[in-house]
Write a protein that binds this ligand. Structure first.
Ligand code: SAM
Length: 224
């Protein structure tokens, strides 16, 4: 894990967030708790929102998109069971916060965002925090990023009507894990898929609400 990147005025607020919103609700992985304690979440939202940056809720980040609730970021990260040597693919960079958390736990993070403005702002935040193990691409993440496959873990932070086939194909056959919200546009289940060779074990976890995955293997622009 890299050096602390939370040496700022919000350190105590972050400690409280980790204790009250995460540890007390069952987030147990010490590496996930440490990453959430050290990563300056406020730097991923506009300055006017800094006072609310550590609240127990999502926040707007522009383009009609959101940075997810801290608990959901922690839960999805814990569910992904990231190992230090892993290569992780994230679909839906948004603010870049989830990718920054993953970058503390994995060797390399690949992240895709369909909105260029959000991708550029996320890149600025990574640079400001001296994070150098994240590759970011602008485009449709529902088709994955085949040039760097296979991935030990794939995390989708937008809601999909079904599991995109290319993401299954790009999972490592040796225990690769996919975490993805699957369901309708207003409510989904967090689906967890583990690949062993050509066998895919699937389980549904908690209910959740994400903005839609818009793309070839997600929803269309008009919501169909
Ligand atoms: N992980 C983000 C964070 O930490 O801030 C939050 C992601 S936000 C809930 C979902 C993001 O997925 C939005 O930024 C949205 O533009 C993006 N998105 C939706 N469909 C996409 C697609 N097909 N490919 C890439 N990004 C997509």
């Amino acid at each position: 894990m890299t050096a602390a990147r939370g040496n700022d005025a919000f350190g105590m607020v972050r400690d409280r967030m980790v204790e009250e919103q995460l540890a007390r609700r069952g987030i147990r992985d010490p590496r996930v708790l440490t990453a959430m304690r050290l990563t300056a979440r406020h730097l991923f939202v506009e300055e006017a929102l800094w006072p609310r940056a550590y609240g127990d809720h999502p926040l707007p980040i522009g383009q009609g998109q959101t940075i997810s609730q801290p608990y959901m970021v922690a839960l999805m990260t814990q569910t992904l069971e990231v190992e230090p040597e892993d290569r992780i693919l994230e679909i839906g960079t948004g603010s870049g916060y989830q990718a920054a958390i993953l970058s503390m736990l994995a060797a390399k993070v690949f992240t895709i965002e369909r909105h260029g403005a959000l991708a550029r702002r996320a890149r600025e935040a990574f640079d400001a925090l001296d994070i150098h193990n994240i590759a970011i691409r602008i485009g449709d993440g529902s088709i994955g990023w085949s040039s760097y496959a296979p991935y030990n873990g794939i995390i989708v932070t937008a809601a999909s009507p079904d599991v995109p086939g290319p993401l299954l194909e790009q999972l490592s056959p040796e225990g690769g894990r996919l975490v993805i919200p699957v369901g309708g546009q207003s409510f989904q289940q967090l689906r967890v898929i583990t690949r062993h060779g050509e066998k895919y074990d699937t389980r549904d976890d908690v209910g959740c609400t994400f903005v839609p995955l818009v793309g070839r293997h997600g929803w269309s622009e008009d919501g169909k």
